[in-house]
Ligand binder design. Structure first.
Ligand code: SF4
Length: 226
């Protein structure tokens, strides 16, 4: 049986479900009958209107990003999204525009709804630099009980920062995937898994940016200062 999670989002929904009935709540969903009711999303990053939004499950992500959240900042374009908090895989904006915002909808594109913490990157951002920053966060947060996490998050950070500094190699990219395999599903909690998921999905989807840094070329999709 699932664990009962008494967080603020759950407790906020309970009185309305009790007053209006479960069928009323379920009827809010716009796509999969498996994901019912509404969902809170917290939006940050390169977007006109960051903030907290409540939408029915299955709401079109494209409409969410461009209408509710106001679209990109002036003169910029969206490039990548981490939709469920920093621990879930990165998707491209082209993928995001096809997503229905429910558990199944995000899974279809290889990522997860997770905590609903949407992080948006525009075309001024360097994905290698942003992912190195994420890895450093996980290395800092590791409580160091598990070897795979303690060593893995530190190695991941070291390799990514080497690539960002223009001193990486193609072997470094292979090593990151190998490292992630050894960090995933082998530790006490999922912090270790959480470090690898955004990084490997980011390399898969934005490999050109990593290769440009490795070969000494500058990625044409990254603006100065990104
Ligand atoms: S996986 Fe969790 S328990 Fe293990 S070292 Fe990392 S943070 Fe600590």
């Amino acid at each position: 049986m699932p664990t009962t999670v008494n967080n603020v989002e759950t407790l906020t929904a309970v009185p309305h479900i009790l007053n209006n009935g479960p069928e009323w709540y379920k009827a809010m969903c716009l796509s999969s009958p498996k994901s019912t009711g509404s969902k809170l999303f917290s939006v940050c990053g390169n977007v006109a209107r960051p903030g907290n939004y409540e939408v029915p499950m299955g709401f079109p992500f494209k409409e969410f990003l461009y209408d509710l959240c106001g679209g990109p900042l002036p003169g910029r374009k969206f490039k990548a999204i981490i939709p469920g908090g920093s621990s879930v895989p990165v998707i491209t904006i082209e993928e995001a525009e096809q997503v229905k915002m429910d558990y199944e909808g995000f899974l279809e594109f290889g990522t997860m709804l997770g905590s609903g913490g949407v992080i948006i990157f525009d075309d001024a951002q360097s994905m290698p630099k942003q992912l190195a920053r994420l890895a450093r966060f996980y290395a800092h947060e590791s409580c160091a009980q598990c070897t795979q996490c303690r060593e893995g998050t530190a190695w991941m950070t070291k390799i990514l920062e080497r690539i960002v500094a223009g001193q990486g190699t193609f072997e470094d990219l292979d090593t990151i995937f190998e490292l992630t395999e050894n960090m995933t599903g082998k530790t006490i909690c999922v912090l270790s898994d959480s470090c690898g998921a955004p990084v490997t999905s980011g390399i898969t989807r934005f490999r050109g940016e990593f290769e440009a840094l490795i070969t000494g070329r500058r990625s044409s999709t990254v603006a100065v200062g990104g």
